[in-house]
Ligand binder design. Structure first.
Ligand code: SF4
Length: 418
């Protein structure tokens, strides 16, 4: 089937067309006057416009004005105030373990230092035994979550079925780590399973839920703009497909996270379009009494080991911290009451940078991870694990209270000693 929406439910494909907000003319683009400094009045106007219609011209113009605000000025204090009003002072984190089960991948995203062809140096595909051993270590370390993602490996099949492999993977992990929340498989991976087996996405979601899938990472979003994706990840699912898969994930009763990969080729207008689209998707979830997105995570681009073509165009190996802190604050303000939880990436910003992001609108420090492969292979400097104590100490260094949470921000019955 050549229809790009072939495995997606028609209603989700249709709704994705409404939720995906394309960039328009940027009133503050190159050569134009800078916007007025952001203020509580403009913030109220923005939230009013978004509540009425995130796709309106008023929403677009206010979003562009916000995305052009400089790091110095009212941005940080306003984002910090909005964070306090929406979610309070407590900083949260989750004790989790990443399981990146394979880096064999048939796609070639221009930013990706993780993918390999089978047999290439650095290629890996962990056995179920090895993954189960890692999951048992996570249980012993007091984890409440396994975060499971991998490359798109066409050899990953069980009795000819791609879905059969992914089902067996979750079953094997549940056997040794019963009770741990399984936060697994990006929209791209979910669509890959449906495409490989030529079955409806709905069946993929239902069968994986039956094996214990608890929620979905909102990765592979990159920038939700087709023009940017054509340069960044032309083989990947489109922005509209990402929205459609997320709509189906939410409708099925599963929550997901939301991400933005930034600091590469995108402009303020692309960022505005992406964040407005996230608001539209969250509003759709809430209109249907679904929980929708649980959090927003900003993922700064890491160039150090990225393929040379993109690395040279961007001209930077590590994130520009000031620019990413400004975007952290802008995202907090634009996503307003639709996203109460905002998380920086300590892997990409280092723990010191992520701690600083708590002053720019974030309220969560993410997870302990215990093992991080994808970003570390790109040359990130934040390391691949944190202890619960280190995350708690980072929050306390700002005089903020701290709480261990579950994946979906609930209380933990027996928190790690922090
Ligand atoms: S980003 Fe994901 S889909 Fe793209 S090449 Fe890397 S592993 Fe494959």
């Amino acid at each position: 089937m050549s229809d790009p929406a072939a495995w997606i439910a028609p209603w989700a494909w249709h709704s994705a067309g409404h939720c995906l907000i394309p960039p328009r003319n940027d009133p503050h683009g190159p050569g134009a006057a800078p916007p007025a400094p952001w203020s509580a009045t403009l913030q109220a106007q923005l939230e009013g416009a978004l509540a009425a219609d995130p796709a309106s011209q008023a929403s677009w113009e206010l979003a562009c004005a916000l995305l052009h605000q400089p790091p110095r000025g009212p941005l940080r204090p306003l984002a910090d105030q909005r964070r306090r009003a929406l979610v309070g002072d407590t900083v949260t984190f989750v004790v989790n373990r990443n399981l990146n089960f394979t880096n064999h991948c048939l796609k070639h995203c221009s930013f990706c230092a993780y993918r390999r062809d089978a047999g290439q140096p650095g290629a890996f595909w962990h056995s179920f035994d090895s993954l189960q051993a890692r999951a048992q270590q996570a249980v012993q370390a007091g984890a409440t979550e396994l975060c499971i993602q991998g490359g798109l490996n066409p050899e990953a099949r069980l009795e000819g079925s791609c879905l059969g492999y992914y089902r067996a993977l979750l079953r094997a992990l549940r056997q040794v780590a019963p009770g741990l929340h399984l936060h697994a498989f990006s929209p791209q991976e979910l669509l890959f399973i449906a495409e490989q087996d030529q079955i409806p996405l709905q069946r993929v979601l239902e069968e994986l839920r039956g094996e214990g899938l608890g929620s979905v990472p909102g990765t592979a979003a990159e920038v939700l703009c087709e023009a940017v994706r054509r340069q960044l990840c032309p083989e990947k699912l489109s922005a509209r497909q990402w929205c459609a898969v997320i709509l189906q994930v939410h409708a099925s009763g599963l929550a997901s996270t939301a991400t933005l990969m930034a600091g590469h080729l995108e402009t303020p207008a692309h960022r505005a379009a992406h964040l407005l689209t996230l608001v539209a998707l969250q509003q759709t979830a809430w209109q249907h009494q679904r929980s929708g997105f649980s959090e927003f995570v900003l993922l700064p681009f890491i160039g150090a080991q990225a393929p040379a073509a993109l690395r040279q165009r961007v001209g930077r190996d590590q994130p520009d911290l000031q620019a990413m802190l400004a975007l952290t604050a802008q995202a907090r303000l634009l996503l307003g009451p639709w996203f109460v939880n905002h998380q920086p990436s300590w892997v990409k910003l280092t723990l010191a940078g992520a701690t600083e992001a708590l002053r720019w609108g974030c309220n969560d420090l993410g997870g302990t991870l215990m093992e991080e492969t994808i970003t570390s292979m790109a040359g990130a400097q934040g390391g691949s694990r944190q202890t619960a104590s280190a995350l708690a100490a980072a929050a306390r260094s700002l005089g903020r209270p701290v709480r261990q949470r579950t994946t979906l921000y609930g209380p933990v019955e027996e928190p790690a000693c922090v």
